[in-house]
Ligand binder design. Structure first.
Ligand code: ADP
Ligand code: GLC
Length: 480
């Protein structure tokens, strides 16, 4: 039995802000349970829903030296759908109303988390063969492991994998403060290790010291080797290219299934979507204040509202797009400028644009089921899960050809009658609008072709199965 430990800052069903939680929540479930004992460590955030807190059992606690102090490290645990989860409890660091508090607070919180995650292993009697770290919040794990933990035989020989879900966030702060907080010697703060443009970079530490690097699509694995996508780390990515591979994310096919989904208005399948899917549209239109019109093309957006997702393009041409016979529904939270932009358009085009500015799981399901198309014109996209969910629900993705969007959405080819969505290449608002208008044309003038495309989209398989095998191969190769 191989022992794998996941460490991450969010994980479904407990806490989620984005796709990271989906991945950390579903991948351990999809590994072969006969051969891999996979467990997960995450922080015990005070805002976590009570129903999950009620499931936890106290295991033990101890005190850990960190940032010139001795800190309480509590361990709570639970088993959920066959997987063991451990929660690190410390009220100084994890009393909050969302997982990320901003810099510099997050430096201390996640450095503490990373050190604690390693420190609890003897107490939970779990010596992993491999630790799978996710994003910058866990970047210091390979570094700590290489450092003081080597003195203890228990830790020697543990392998590490670092998965990049988003290279934009790296955990960067000035060297002096960082060194003070994280308690690593000077040795680590040089340009070949944690130093980064004269600052210190936690993700970089992880990427230097881990045994293998993965990211969440093939295309993104290539893109981050060039400056445009490399966020200043493209040189390191090139240097470690033989240890870097892309493994595309899947989605949880039980949770996201239009045939059985209890959160949508009307279930449907690839056999009956032509008649049934539209009932989701009219019910949603009525619920969120759009004109009820089964024939109107409804374009959905479910997203964190950040510039990564291409909202500047939408801002630029939204007025023009609203001259067409289309409706938009937006569900998302994030940067205020985008929240207000969508509120503004909803006010201006009442009945045709609906802005739902909050986080809501149930409404997201309804939107995927109700929309005819799903717009995701990202500036960069390591993988993207929303377009995978859209495909599954027969809401055709309109995407920019970058990262995982390029790898998972096959553009419509009207001559060969192939494809599962629409795409454009350049980060350019008019190119995006041209593509949206092309989709409108197919939707209104060639419904038969549209429906064939929906059928192809719904028949695609983006479950975890094949990607989980690739992770297993990687684990086997590293553990030997
Ligand atoms: P990212 O991780 O960059 O945010 P992904 O496409 O990988 O993007 O994953 C986003 C996930 O978060 C999807 O499951 C999407 O449905 C969900 N999501 C984003 N915003 C909201 C929201 N406001 N309400 C509900 N779900 C949301
Ligand atoms: C990040 C990326 C997204 C990816 C997700 C899960 O949040 O922005 O593209 O799908 O992580 O890997």
């Amino acid at each position: 039995m191989k022992k794998i430990l996941f460490v991450a800052s969010e994980c479904l069903p407990f806490v989620k802000t984005g796709g990271l939680a989906d991945v950390v929540g579903s991948l351990p479930q999809c590994l072969d349970k006969e051969n891999y004992d996979c467990r997960v460590i995450m922080p015990l955030y005070s805002f976590m829903a009570q129903k999950w807190k009620d499931m936890l059992e106290y295991k033990t606690h101890f005190y850990m030296d960190f940032n010139w102090n001795s800190y309480y490290v509590g361990i709570m645990e639970c088993e959920y759908e066959g997987i063991k989860y451990y929660f690190i409890d410390n009220q100084d660091y994890f009393t909050c109303d969302k997982p990320y508090a901003g810099m510099p607070y997050d430096i201390g919180r996640f450095a503490f988390f990373s050190k604690a995650a390693l420190s609890i292993l003897p107490s939970i009697d779990f010596r992993p063969d491999l630790i799978h770290c996710h994003d910058w919040q866990t970047g210091l794990i390979p570094v700590y492991l290489n450092d003081s933990f080597q003195a203890n035989e228990f830790y020697r020989g543990i392998k590490t994998v670092m998965t990049i879900h988003n290279l934009k966030f790296q955990g960067v702060w000035d060297i002096r403060t960082m060194k003070d907080i994280v308690g690593l010697p000077d040795y680590y703060f040089t340009p070949d290790k944690l130093e980064f443009n004269r600052d210190a970079n936690m993700l970089k530490g992880g990427l230097v010291y881990c045994d293998a690097i993965t990211t969440v699509s093939d295309t993104y694995a290539e893109e981050i080797k060039i400056p445009y996508y490399g966020e200043g780390l493209d040189g390191l990515m090139r240097a470690r290219q033989h240890d870097l591979r892309g493994i595309v994310n899947g989605i949880d096919y039980h949770m996201w299934n239009p045939e059985t989904d209890k959160l949508i208005y009307k279930n449907y399948s690839v056999e009956n979507f032509r008649k049934e899917k539209v009932k989701n549209k009219t019910a949603l239109q009525a619920d969120i204040g759009l004109d009820v019109d089964p024939k109107a093309m409804l374009i959905g957006i479910v997203s964190r509202l950040t510039d990564q997702k291409g909202f500047d393009l939408i801002a630029y041409v939204m007025d023009e797009m609203c001259q067409d016979a289309v409706q938009f529904v937006i569900l998302g939270t994030g940067e205020e400028r985008y929240e207000n932009m969508f509120r503004h358009f909803a006010w201006k085009y009442g009945g045709r644009v609906s802005a739902q500015i909050y986080y809501n799981e149930a409404l997201s399901h309804k939107i995927y089921a109700a929309s005819d198309a799903f717009l995701m014109p990202s500036q960069f996209e390591p993988c993207g899960l929303s377009q995978l969910i859209s495909l599954r629900y027969g809401s055709l993705p309109i995407v920019r050809e970058t990262g995982g969007l390029k790898d998972t959405v096959q553009p419509y080819n009207e001559y060969e009658s192939t494809g599962t969505g629409f795409s454009f290449v350049n980060y350019n608002a008019h190119e995006m609008m041209g593509t949206v208008r092309y989709a409108e044309k197919v939707f209104y003038d060639n419904k038969r072709e549209w429906n064939k495309m929906v059928e192809r989209a719904m028949n695609k398989d983006f479950s975890w199965e094949s990607s989980a095998l690739k992770y297993q191969e990687l684990y086997d190769w590293l553990i030997g």
